[in-house]
Design a binder for this molecule. Structure first.
Ligand code: HEC
Length: 223
C-alpha cells in the first residue's frame, strides 16, 4: 500500500514539476491566433460548463421571456453592444470575431448554440457575469440591471428565428441602447455616435484614412 501511495505522490510531483518547467520556460503560446491543444480546450470547456451550471442553478427565468416587449427592448441593446462579436441575421462575419479566441458563438445562426434550445438561466448568468479570459464582458459591471439582462436573454433566444428585415425593424422599434442601474446613463447614450455605415466620411485631409487595411475587401463591412 505504501508503495502505491509513494508512486502516486511521485507521479503528482513529476506532473507538477513538468507543468512548472513548461510554464517558466515561456514556451506556452498565449497568442490568440493559435488554438489551444484539443485536450486543453476540452478541459477548459468542461470546467466552464460545470462552473456555470453550478452557479446558475438557483436562477429562475421570468415567465414572460417570450413577451414581444422584452424582445423589442433587448434588440436595441443587442445591436449596440453584442452584434460585433455575436453577429445578427444575414450578417457576414465581423473582423473582431474572426480575431477573437475563443471565437464568440454566432448567436444569430442556425448552429446548435443558437435559438430556442438555449438555457435562459445559463445565458442570463453569462451575460451578467461574463467569462474570464475570454472576450465575454460582465455586463452587470457596466451598469446593466437584471431586467435589462433578461431582455437580452429573451432577445438572444428569439433572434435565430428572425429574418434580417425583422431584426432591423425590431432594432429600429427598440429604445436603442438603454439599461437601468446607472442614473442618467440612458440619457448619455443619446450622444452615441451614428452606426459605422451611416457615419459621415472623414475629410480627405484627415490625418488618418480611418479604418482600412490593404489586403482586405471592405465590402464585407456593410452590416
Ligand atoms: C468582445 C466580444 C464580445 C462581446 C461584445 C459580447 N460577447 Fe458574448 N461572448 C463572447 C465570447 C468570446 C464568448 C464565449 C466565451 C467562452 O466560450 O468561454 C461569449 C459567450 C456568450 C454567450 C454564451 C454563448 C454560448 O452558447 O455558450 C452569450 C449568451 C453571450 N455571450 C451573450 C452576449 C450578449 C447578450 C452580449 C451583449 C450584451 C455579448 N455577449 C457581448 C464575446 C463577446
Amino acid at each position: 500500500m505504501n508503495k502505491v501511495i509513494t508512486g502516486v505522490l511521485a507521479t503528482l510531483a513529476f506532473g507538477a514539476a513538468s507543468v512548472a518547467t513548461v510554464v517558466t520556460t515561456g514556451i506556452v503560446d498565449v497568442g490568440a491566433d493559435t488554438p489551444h491543444h484539443p485536450v486543453v480546450t476540452d478541459l477548459l470547456g468542461f470546467a466552464r460548463e460545470r462552473a456555470i451550471a453550478r452557479q446558475s442553478a438557483g436562477i429562475t427565468a421570468p415567465a414572460d421571456l417570450d413577451d414581444p416587449e422584452r424582445i423589442r427592448r433587448g434588440a436595441g441593446n443587442y445591436a449596440a453592444m453584442c452584434v460585433d462579436c455575436h453577429l445578427a441575421p444575414a450578417m457576414a462575419d465581423s473582423e473582431i470575431r474572426k480575431g477573437l479566441y475563443p471565437t464568440p458563438p454566432n448567436l444569430a445562426g442556425s448552429s446548435p448554440e443558437a435559438g430556442a434550445g438555449r438555457d435562459p438561466a445559463r445565458d442570463f448568468w453569462i451575460i451578467k457575469h461574463g467569462i474570464k479570459a475570454s472576450a465575454m464582458p460582465a455586463w452587470s459591471k457596466g451598469g446593466m440591471d437584471d431586467e435589462a439582462i433578461w431582455d437580452l436573454t429573451a432577445f438572444v433566444k428569439a433572434m435565430p428565428g428572425l429574418s434580417k428585415t425583422a431584426y432591423d425593424q425590431l432594432v429600429a422599434a427598440s429604445d436603442g441602447h438603454v439599461h437601468g442601474g446607472m442614473d442618467g446613463h440612458a440619457d448619455g447614450h443619446d450622444e452615441h455616435p451614428a452606426p459605422l455605415a451611416a457615419a459621415t466620411p472623414k475629410p480627405a485631409a484627415a490625418p488618418t484614412a480611418g479604418h482600412r487595411h490593404d489586403d482586405h475587401d471592405h465590402g464585407a463591412h456593410k452590416h
